[in-house]
Design a binder for this molecule. Structure first.
Ligand code: RB5
Length: 144
């Protein structure tokens, strides 16, 4: 596994936020696996949720970031894989709790729902928080 690589993907609605979060990841010292999309032309979010999931399953990245307009479609797509726990987060608290309690491995964000600074907060918190384990282990195991 690429120990410090984060996979990131977005549909057209999330494309601009993807570019911003890519720079943040690079500034934080992470390797970035950019799975597209790479422009504003309309694409289908399931393809990009699937791409993030496959990168995690193939151990090409430790975490994924998935972006669409609401974050809903792309998180549903990513969560169709048993190894993926994609959390649709709206603020630093939900991002932190998704790691602490759910051991989330994909951060999903809605680019049309939250602003750039909140998205950056979410990413910082997500990557900076360790899974708590303990009482959560049994519940997380049941997810798969
Ligand atoms: C695209 O218009 C939009 O439907 C998509 O980005 C996302 O919000 C779906 O869940």
């Amino acid at each position: 596994m690429a120990a410090t690589t984060v996979a990131i993907a977005a549909d057209h609605a999330g494309y601009q936020l993807k570019e911003i979060l890519k720079r943040q990841l690079e500034d934080m010292g992470y390797g970035v696996l950019d799975l597209g999309t790479n422009g504003p032309d309309s694409v289908d979010y399931p393809d990009f949720g699937q791409a993030v999931a496959q990168a995690l399953v193939a151990r090409q990245a430790i975490y994924g970031v998935a972006l669409c307009g609401t974050g809903i479609g792309i998180s549903i797509a990513a969560n169709r894989h048993a190894e993926v726990r994609a959390a649709l987060c709206h603020d630093a608290l939900t991002a932190r709790l998704s790691r602490l309690h759910n051991d989330a491995n994909v951060l999903a964000l809605g680019a049309r729902v939250i602003g750039e600074e909140v998205a950056k907060d979410c990413l910082r918190e997500f990557l900076g928080t360790a899974y708590e384990g303990g009482r959560h282990d049994r519940r997380v195991a049941k997810l798969s």
